[in-house]
Design a protein around this ligand. Structure first.
Ligand SMILES: [Zn+2]
Length: 236
């Protein structure tokens, strides 16, 4: 392979490298993954808050159940006092009856509260179970996507390293003086410093090449496109 052809191949590899890098940037779902992670964390926080509320309800309920027992005992004591016949004072007996009534009311109120709390807790409990399952599913899906993302990134990286290696290998095989010229042209023309002669036109700018320059190229001399300044060569 002639030196210019090597450079031409090398610049194609560089183009491929740039395209792959851009494609990776374009198609990478890093931002959406980040958003998903934030959303998951917000949901997790909400779940924890609900769970805390559930635990508070639980505590409240247990306290109310204890109260219920205490009030029941109090009621039993009052009843015993009323019926054991030891107290014959009508005023005191009336007082005990009143206490029994108010204790019964207290017991009813407590019972009602316990029922309400139980109901609230059951609804919350179902909700928490559902939310937990959803969170687990969300987490699994997120982790799967992260895995795919990393795998893809590693694969692209391997490809990029391979392309760069091959590029360097070709450059190393070319006469250093020519490489210097090529690098200079590359700075002004970008990654198309070397062009092919296609039907007597320059593949870089599509302008006809003069017979003088064509002759130079045929004689394997270093020739530049008179229009765009690219290095020209015939590709076999
Ligand atoms: Zn040209």
């Amino acid at each position: 392979m002639k030196d210019l052809e090597k450079l031409w191949h090398a610049q194609n590899l560089l183009t491929e490298y740039t395209k792959l890098e851009e494609k990776e940037k374009r198609e990478s779902n890093f931002d959406s993954l980040k958003e998903e992670k934030n959303a998951l964390e917000t949901r997790m926080k909400a779940y924890k808050e609900k769970k805390q509320h559930h635990n508070a309800l639980d505590k409240d309920l247990k306290a109310k159940e204890m109260d219920y027992k205490e009030i029941s005992d109090k009621l039993a004591d009052h009843k015993k006092e009323l019926y054991d016949g030891e107290n014959n004072n009508p005023k005191e007996l009336q007082n005990i009856e009143q206490q029994i009534d108010s204790t019964k009311q207290e017991l009813d109120n407590n019972e009602e509260r316990v029922l309400k709390l139980t109901e609230e807790q059951e609804i919350l409990s179902d909700n928490l179970t559902k939310k937990k399952k959803e969170l687990q599913e969300g987490r699994t899906s997120y982790e799967k996507q992260v895995k795919q993302y990393l795998k893809r990134k590693a694969k692209t990286k391997r490809k990029l390293v391979g392309l760069m290696k091959e590029y360097q290998r070709l450059i190393d095989e070319v006469d250093p003086d020519l490489v210097k010229r090529y690098e200079r042209k590359k700075r002004s023309l970008g990654n198309t410093a070397v062009a092919i002669v296609q039907e007597q036109t320059c593949s870089g700018c599509r302008v006809d090449i003069s017979p003088v320059v064509l002759k130079e190229i045929r004689h394997q001399e270093l020739a530049y496109c008179e229009n765009c300044g690219r290095l020209l060569f015939f590709k076999d």
